[in-house]
Design a protein around this ligand. Sequence first.
Ligand SMILES: [Fe+2]
Ligand SMILES: [Fe+2]
Length: 208
Amino acid sequence: MSDEKRHGSGSVQPGDTSKRVGAEVVRERGGDPEEIREKLIDAIGAEFTTYYYYTNLRCFLAGEEDLKEITEDARLEDRAHFELVMPRVFELGGQLPNDIRDFADRASCPDAYLPDDPTPTNILETLLEAERCAIRTWAEVCDMTRDCDPRTYDMAQRIYNEEVDHEAWFIELLSRERDGEANPAGHFVRGEPGEAPYSTNNRMNDSA
Ligand SMILES: [Fe+2]
Ligand SMILES: [Fe+2]
């Protein structure tokens, strides 16, 4: 009976736990699960390090409550991006680097160091360029997965949406702070800090 169901079997033998259909179907559609997985590790390395660096950048926006609040949203959403994609690395047969130094070194974006002169303008310029790197990264992941890996593509396009938000926020803030110009993002505050409306992972507990 089961022989008549064409999805009842495929390239992975029944009971074989050394392979995943969820990865093999990517390959069968022309994708390279190993290449995608390594790219994802680089990309979430950048999300994780950015989460760390934004902590410092936010703290040095001392006394600028509006700037701190937006930076906090972007910071927490980068952590959400790490959390969203991390399980996909394992699903595609990979794992996180054992040494966090290796993880940080392979991050796909530059370190968002606190500027030597940590004025609000200089910090906002650092934040803006970090967001732009993230947009380029996730657009590339979208390109790699659009036709072969709907699960990774869905994650990447959700993150991409929020990175484009983040760029718009920092363009608005930098334009006012540095140039005295209105350059609206058309956005209002997230409902909760770091709400991550597109990318939030399953909220199994308050920390995720
Ligand atoms: Fe991010
Ligand atoms: Fe971001």
